[in-house]
Design a protein around this ligand. Structure first.
Ligand SMILES: Nc1nc2c(ncn2[C@@H]2O[C@H](COP(=O)(O)OP(=O)(O)OP(=O)(O)O)[C@@H](O)[C@H]2O)c(=O)[nH]1
Length: 335
């Protein structure tokens, strides 16, 4: 009965973290289970890494607040060969007996051919077929809800994240920045395709849509799974870059700008993008203010030749925005 109530609770969740907590607490209701964790799996520097994202601590489920790259609990996937082999073979479930005598069951959450999250269940006795039936049924309900949630958070054209979860991602990222090294911080980037109206006007909306999809693919391949890429609508994209130095952020964004510039778009040929970015550390202003800062830098890039990357705080230190305000103010006085 407890399990049924937990399932009802689980299916009422509307965000990924609560849903994850809910499935883990449902699994914990089952006898013999000693530990449940949600693991995150990420590629980084030519190999895959695993770290616990949510786990049980002193009877309470807790969620990490450290970003992936700075997490001391992160281990290389090849230190868990059974999990590595099971993921490579795209298995739905992977069973393993640890040298401590504990039995472990890994249930990867497969989405679009990738498993970035895996539920880990540990128990002291071997998993019976009855245990497996119940565990897999609970996991299946969780997966169905996970994909429904995921679907509602994605832009239908490009498959990138939509505006819905942006504030939450930004908050998590800036909170995690307190664990990062000095000189590093997360970044908010706004990207806009240059003269996109001309693409639509000359080649039609369908070709315009294809450009949006191809730019989204370039964004995905340039920023991978460590960073978050959004399409807010129209031809504007937003990236939340994990904590790094200003130089590293600038270099990564320049690479992307060049990748777009060098790409041959079918029929259309060449297009370019302009980028504006701003620091998203934990003392940064509200999401709206932060977006408008990155937008100001983007606007400056557009006004100064397009096809370039501009950093808000650098422009601000140079007094560029004061001068612009002065010009606008003078214009108003003129009229
Ligand atoms: N094909 C397509 N076009 C879109 C979509 N959303 C917005 N647009 C078009 O994007 C264009 C945006 O143009 P503008 O904001 O005027 O600017 P621009 O031509 O990109 O020029 P700059 O930004 O100044 O370089 C408009 O023509 C919109 O109709 C979409 O989902 N698909």
């Amino acid at each position: 009965m407890d399990i049924l109530q937990n399932l009802v609770h689980m299916t009422g969740q509307r965000d990924h973290l609560r849903l994850e907590f809910s499935v883990l607490s449902t699994l914990l209701q089952l006898p013999d289970i000693t530990q449940v964790r949600a693991l995150e799996i990420h590629p980084f520097e030519d190999q895959y890494w695993v770290r616990p994202r949510t786990w049980l601590e002193e009877g309470q489920l807790v969620n990490t607040d450290v970003d992936f790259l700075h997490d001391p609990q992160r281990v290389a996937l090849n230190t868990l060969p059974a999990l590595q082999e099971g993921l490579a073979a795209k298995r739905e479930r992977i069973a393993w007996q640890a040298c401590t005598g504990q039995y472990i069951l890994w249930l990867p959450v497969w989405m679009r051919e990738q498993a970035r999250v895996c539920i880990e269940i540990t128990q002291s006795a071997e998993f019976s077929s009855h245990d497996l039936d119940i565990l897999l049924a609970i996991f299946q309900v969780y997966r169905n809800y996970q994909s429904l949630l995921d679907y509602s958070e994605r832009d239908a054209l490009t498959g990138l994240l939509n505006r819905k979860t942006f504030d939450e991602h930004l908050l998590r990222l800036s909170n995690a920045s307190k664990h990062t090294d000095k000189g590093q911080q997360p970044w908010l980037v706004v990207i806009d395709i240059d003269h996109f109206k001309q693409v639509n006007d000359r080649y039609g909306h369908l070709f315009g849509d294809e450009v949006l999809i191809l730019v989204a693919n370039l964004l995905r391949s340039s920023f991978g799974s460590q960073h978050r890429v959004f399409r807010f609508g129209g031809e504007e994209f937003v990236i939340l870059l994990q904590a790094m130095t200003l130089d590293a952020a600038f270099t990564a964004l320049e690479h992307f700008r060049q990748a777009v510039q060098n790409y041959e778009f079918p029929q259309i040929g060449k297009i370019t993008v302009s980028l504006g970015f701003s620091g998203a550390h934990m003392h940064a202003p509200s999401p709206t203010q932060l977006l408008s800062q990155a937008d100001e830098a983007l606007y400056y890039a557009k006004e100064n030749g397009r096809n370039r990357v501009c950093h808000y705080e650098t422009l601000q230190a140079l007094g560029v925005f004061n001068k612009q305000e002065q010009i606008t103010h003078d214009d108003v006085e003129l009229f």
